[in-house]
Design a protein around this ligand. Structure first.
Ligand code: GAL
Length: 450
């Protein structure tokens, strides 16, 4: 057992007055109303129409109807004493075909959200890109087309110019490793492309976009705090054998190091030999264009992975040993519950001198909640959050530059290829009636933040 703070002693004051507390969401998972008010199609709208791509054929067309219920839901954020609300802007709502025309109804919508947050004294934290690429751009090659650096830059300018007078905290991108890996290599997320020839250019172009987006925001909004977010899972080798240790090192390069090192001016890690081929997509001067000094790095951790050597797995020669086969506690996502993972993830990112500040922009868990007499007693989620927070505190007390924590997520919602079955919310949603019930974990977070 690794050390932590005992949960009953957990107290917000231990984190200091400046520590940022919040809750995270993403447009494609909560908004619904995919065809309303001039919104264009996103890659997820199209992907979810393909049979077999999403569990149970679930679609994001309504989800928890945040598009229409945003006032009620932001009021709940207030009721839970949460001072910071992270949400994303849907690119196809703002620019229905991805580039060119700006849809005023989309701008108005996000203005209403931002204004309502500010009216309630809640600070808006905006993610510019949380995976909902306009489908019109995917038809032109999407993330594999270098033109995306211009398309994305224009979109960032529109966001900065329309919302930057009130939004002070920005995240350029959400988890590029996931939307490139799952969407352009494994084909299990939108747009469903596979293969190294899609993956490598998608990686490079998302790095260029992240850095370009950061620069555009800084130029236009010099007082804003600018970050970007990365998925990270603490990696441990299956055994002490050299081959497993080496496999874990390669998996770590792919899962955790790839993007942070690229935007930090360190280039692509050479531990995975295929990353060398990214050079085929680089132009002279790109090294410089890849880097940006973000004010903060958002790290999003849910679990750890145990990695074993597997010579037959192409490019990486490694495989993840499933948590289910390891006889450990798991969530509805089949991810291991292992709180020290977040401590190690913070330590790992903290070690980069280029990282000025770390905010945990997502952490949370899906469990099969049950409603009994209008009450959801989600003790597993509650314990998960407390255990993880105590590990965040452990890292902070050791001097790590971790300065904030956002729970994933406000309400149950559309969990990508897993559809509606994993429930991550602090608030339960009955998807047939749209009734909301604050879970025990939500009440706890609200009391904790009081
Ligand atoms: C992250 C992602 C979120 C959410 C969460 C839980 O990877 O940014 O959108 O789905 O995982 O799986």
């Amino acid at each position: 057992m690794e050390p932590g703070i005992e949960n009953y002693k957990l107290n917000k004051d231990l984190f200091g007055d400046d520590f940022v507390w919040g809750i995270s969401t993403a447009a494609p998972q909560i908004e619904g109303s995919c065809d309303s008010d001039g919104r264009g199609k996103s890659v997820w709208d199209v992907f979810t129409e393909i049979k077999g791509k999403v569990l149970n054929g679930d679609k994001p067309t309504t989800t928890c109807d945040f598009y229409n219920r945003y006032r009620d839901d932001i009021t709940l954020v207030k009721q839970l004493n949460i001072p910071n609300f992270r949400f994303s802007i849907a690119w196809p709502r703002i620019m229905p075909s991805g580039t060119g025309n700006v849809n005023q109804a989309g701008i108005d919508y996000y203005n209403q959200i931002i204004n309502y947050c500010l009216e309630l004294g809640i600070e808006p934290w905006v993610t510019i890109y949380h995976w909902d690429l306009p489908y019109a751009l995917e038809q032109k090659g999407g993330w594999t087309n270098r033109e995306i650096v211009n398309w994305f830059g224009n979109y960032v300018r529109v966001c900065a110019d329309n919302f930057g007078d009130r939004v002070k905290h920005w995240m350029v991108m959400n988890e590029p490793a996931v939307f490139t890996g799952a969407g352009y290599f494994l084909g299990i997320h939108a747009p469903g492309r596979t293969g190294i020839k899609n993956f490598l250019p998608a990686i490079h172009h998302s790095v260029l976009c992240m850095a370009a987006g950061g620069k555009i925001l800084r130029e236009r909004l010099p007082d804003a705090e600018i970050g970007t977010t990365f998925s990270c899972s603490y990696i441990e080798p299956y055994s002490e054998k050299d081959k497993d240790v080496a496999a874990a090192k390669r998996a770590d390069a792919m899962i955790n190091r790839l993007f942070i090192e690229a935007v930090s001016g360190m280039g692509y890690p050479d531990d995975v030999s295929v990353f060398k081929e990214i050079e085929n997509y680089m132009l002279p001067g790109d090294e410089k264009l890849m880097a940006f000094d973000f004010d903060f790095i958002g790290i999003q951790n849910y679990t750890r992975e145990i990695v074993k050597s597997a010579f037959w797995v192409p490019y990486i020669g490694a495989k993840l040993v499933k948590a289910e086969d390891r006889n450990v506690p798991i969530t509805s996502m089949k991810w291991e519950v292992h709180a020290p993972a977040i401590y190690h993830a913070i330590k790992q990112f903290n070690a980069y001198p280029q990282v000025k500040k770390i905010i945990i922009t997502e952490n949370g868990a899906a469990f099969p909640d049950v409603v009994i007499n209008e009450v959801v007693n989600d003790t597993e989620r509650l314990t998960y959050l407390q255990d993880h927070l105590s590990q965040v505190l452990r890292a902070k007390n050791e001097g790590c530059k971790v300065a904030g924590y956002f729970v994933w997520t406000l309400t149950d919602n559309f969990e990508w290829a897993e559809g509606y079955h994993p429930r991550f919310g602090l608030i339960y949603i009955d998807f047939s009636t749209q009734q909301r019930i604050i879970k025990a974990s939500g009440h706890w977070y609200g009391d904790f933040l009081k």
